[in-house]
Design a protein around this ligand. Sequence first.
Ligand code: PEP
Length: 254
Amino acid sequence: MQRPLIAGNWKMYKTATEARSFLQDFLQLYHEEYAVDVVMAPPFTALHALHNGLHTTSIALAAQNASSENEGALTGEISPLMIKDLGCTYVILGHSERRQHFGEGNALINKKVHLALSHQLRPILCVGELLTERETGQTNSVIEHQLLEGLHEMTAEQMKSVTIAYEPVWAIGTGKAATVDQATEVHAYIGTMIEKTWGVTRESIRILYGGSVNPENADSLFTSPQINGALVGKACLNPDSFAKIIASAHHSSV
Ligand code: PEP
């Protein structure tokens, strides 16, 4: 099994100035020797500041989104080429907030995943069900659909560069994380499905859990061998709580 991965999704929080100050505080708490891969996904406007501040560490940089095109008359868009040039090695794609507020569908997300991979960016593909879908027993079918369409025409080799984040929409920003059992069940389903569909081994793919992860619930979530890390929203904005979640992942893996 690979090292756990902890990614912080800053969403639309922190200016570049605030990002520099966050990093100063965070690096005092961060243990480079921990057996955890750490990724930070600030807003586009703070990528440059973080890239400068992270060059002495192994912390990787991610964008929270990228265009499905390399360049063009697309006002307001940021291409994968541009984020690569700013030092990103990962990109979050298909986050439920992009799906919900910006109308991103699986076909567009699939185009973004392919383009990101063509630039050697590692996609973190988010999937997850709405509360009504869970309550009506559709969790697995919703996720299967998101994966089949979002990862359409992906080779087994390409799949090894993809990270999946299972983020139940009802758990994001609500303070109501999935239980270990709920997350484990879906992660196992995703793992089996990926093995069957793309012919890659479960061990070669990391499946992160996301949705109200915090220092209080991290220890118990990471007891599950199915949970290979976390995509953290709110709790990554505070240096202390983000460092504590990373420490939990480290302790669970040693
Ligand atoms: C997210 O935005 O990906 C997320 C998981 O947010 P939160 O941790 O705040 O629920």
